[in-house]
Design a protein around this ligand. Structure first.
Ligand code: SF4
Ligand code: SF4
Ligand code: SF4
Length: 157
């Protein structure tokens, strides 16, 4: 599975740096696609030149999960989640907010947690408290590295 990253998007763009989109380079455009500041349709060559048809299709596929990404850039792929709960007990926010549940390896016992399993699939709540978000953000990756199926990803702008 191809990761949603500026480099992977860049590889599929025309790479001509024509500047029609208003960016200096296709790479700059790729970064802004990930951070949702720009949209694919703003690359006119990609939209209009049939020689890029296959790349356009692949880019559209790759960008689809961004439509559901949270404000923190978190993307959950429910079809990949096996409901193991690893992320639920690994998330430092879950642990600190829920001393009687997640902190001792149990399911969430209150509503302040970010990750919880609902009907066998992970769901995200209170995403603005994620440690990758806000002015004191850090590159937390607790939920990513403990997931055996890569069901959680963050769009990296
Ligand atoms: S319009 Fe497309 S091809 Fe031209 S610089 Fe922007 S991203 Fe690259
Ligand atoms: S990135 Fe860290 S704080 Fe955010 S949901 Fe994942 S484990 Fe929790
Ligand atoms: S997202 Fe990954 S770690 Fe979390 S419950 Fe689903 S499969 Fe397990």
């Amino acid at each position: 599975m191809v990761k949603l990253s500026p480099m992977n998007l860049y590889q599929l763009l025309p790479k001509t740096n024509c500047k029609e989109c208003g960016e200096q380079t296709c790479m700059a455009f790729a970064f802004k696609l990930v951070s949702r500041e720009r949209e694919l349709v703003e690359c006119r060559p990609l939209m209009e030149d049939s020689k890029y048809a296959q790349q356009k299709k692949e880019l559209e596929e790759l960008l689809k999960p961004l439509e559901d990404a949270t404000e923190t850039g978190m993307i959950i792929y429910p079809e990949r989640c096996v409901g193991c709960g690893n992320c639920v007990v690994a998330c430092p926010v879950n642990v600190s907010e829920d001393p009687h549940g997640c902190a001792i390896g149990l399911g969430p016992k209150n509503d302040r947690v970010i990750l919880r399993i609902v009907d066998g699939k992970v769901q995200a709540y209170n995403v603005s408290t994620c440690r990758r978000f806000g002015k004191n953000k850090i590159l937390c990756n607790g939920c990513i590295v403990t997931c055996p199926t890569r069901a959680i990803e963050f769009a990296e702008g």
